[in-house]
Design a protein around this ligand. Structure first.
Ligand code: PMT
Length: 221
């Protein structure tokens, strides 16, 4: 197989967590480290793609040859993706995007009160990968599915419901893989096919997943 199967292609991807502000000093977020998405960006660049990486707040160095755009919230990530989508052939959504954000961001630090409970109202964030997949002339779109049970069932549901070309599912309830660990395992699904990528270093796994994506992209274009 060619060593640079993505030469001449532009690839946009998201990585890391989002932060949804509650007040000037607090936010809702998750345990995503960005390792999986950054490994994919590095692999895609090695395979010849021109890579743009939209990243939430993470403590990782930008891989060689990759253009990085930093965002905080899901809304900012959505806007950055939509602005940079023109002329992209492949989009990969590896970020752990918050599904909901606080309905109101307090202008000042929320004060502790005499009450033992505090209610925070949340509203739904835009679904970035679903919005990209719904574009009429959109890129080849790959989503992720982070599940704690019924991984295959939920992944196939997201593949269909979000209208994706491919989905990479991980079981984030298992120890030593998923959020923040150096290793991961993925079950990859596309219309009419599947591949299982066993537990290995995210750097190695990223190479295998990018090869699958390149093969599937070229099969359909
Ligand atoms: O960053 P690491 O520590 O290395 O961990 C890697 C990972 C576990 C975060 C990664 O492998 C992973 O599973 N990423 C997707 C996490 C996620 O939010 O999954 P989800 O099943 O909730 O979302 C499904 C898909 O929709 C994902 O492609 C997600 O990026 C996308 N999404 C979700 C919500 C939203 N508002 N917009 C989106 O684009």
């Amino acid at each position: 197989p060619p060593t640079r199967p993505l030469a001449g292609l532009r690839l946009l991807l998201t990585a890391g967590p989002t932060r949804e502000a509650l007040d000037p000093v607090r936010f809702l977020s998750n345990h995503s480290s960005g390792k999986m998405g950054f490994a994919l960006a590095a692999a895609a660049a090695r395979m010849g793609a021109e890579v743009t990486l939209v990243s939430g707040p993470v403590g990782l160095a930008t891989p060689p040859g990759v253009t990085r755009i930093e965002v905080e919230s899901a809304r900012q990530m959505h806007e950055a993706v939509m602005t940079h989508l023109a002329d992209q052939q492949i989009f990969i959504a590896c970020a752990a995007v918050a599904d909901y954000a606080p309905r109101e961001v307090a202008g000042h630090k929320i004060k502790k009160t005499a009450s033992d409970t505090l209610v925070i109202e949340l509203t739904k964030n835009p679904d970035i990968v679903a919005d990209v997949a719904a574009l009429p002339e959109g890129p080849f779109t790959v989503g992720f599915a982070a599940e704690t049970r019924d991984v295959e069932k939920y992944a196939l549901d997201k593949l269909a419901r979000k209208g994706l070309d491919m989905i990479a599912a991980n079981d984030v309830a298992k120890n030593g893989q998923g959020f923040n660990s150096d290793d991961n395992a993925l079950s990859v699904f596309w219309p009419g096919g599947r591949a299982d990528l066993p537990l290995s270093a995210k750097s190695e796994l990223a190479g295998h997943l990018m090869t699958l994506i390149a093969d599937r992209y070229h099969d359909t274009h």
